[in-house]
Design a protein around this ligand. Sequence first.
Ligand SMILES: CC(C)(COP(=O)(O)OP(=O)(O)OC[C@H]1O[C@@H](n2cnc3c(N)ncnc32)[C@H](O)[C@@H]1OP(=O)(O)O)[C@@H](O)C(=O)NCCC(=O)NCCS
Length: 178
Amino acid sequence: MQLSSQRLNLNEITIDDLLFLHEINSCPEVDEFNTLGIPENRTQTKTHLNKLIDAQSVNPRGSYNWILTEKISNEKIGVVGLNVSNNRFKLGEIYYNIHPKHWGNGFATEVGLCIIKFGFEVLKLHKIEAGVQTQNTKSIKVLEKLGMTREGLRRKILPIRGEWKDNYHYAIVEDDPL
Ligand SMILES: CC(C)(COP(=O)(O)OP(=O)(O)OC[C@H]1O[C@@H](n2cnc3c(N)ncnc32)[C@H](O)[C@@H]1OP(=O)(O)O)[C@@H](O)C(=O)NCCC(=O)NCCS
């Protein structure tokens, strides 16, 4: 499932993305608010990547994971995804990680909008959610620019570097304005 936005191509992740995935997941800035943690070695990243690739052959699909490439430079700049619930609830959950070299250019907002449209228009989802650590001000800004509503605070549910952190729950419903 290939998507594109004004400045970005979204290609489903492949084994050729191993080095980029390892590099971005190893960045302390990217890890700051993430529960995945910095990989110990490339083998650990490969195990994680293989799970994402295996998910591409599950029918119906439960998750999509894309590598973002900037159209103008053909450079890989991030990893984003959409996890989908069973068909009765029609729920999706997005995540996004942009390489720190490319922060502040509006890429997370642009790709977030692209995935939300895909979720509502193609997958016919009813609601799309996102969780964010309460101190992750950049990501909170992105979610609010995407038209998501803060629906609640979930206390101490994120395991981040040995501590339990609070999480804001954000969501957008299919008939909310985009
Ligand atoms: C969060 C993240 C995806 C944002 O990516 P990005 O491409 O830089 O995002 P955008 O450029 O679309 O928007 C960032 C917004 O945050 C704002 N911002 C930047 N630093 C900020 C700060 N310290 N406090 C508040 N807002 C801040 C920017 O001004 C911008 O808003 P604006 O366009 O209204 O000015 C990126 O920082 C990242 O990958 N972080 C690490 C992984 C992560 O936290 N992922 C999200 C998990 S929920």
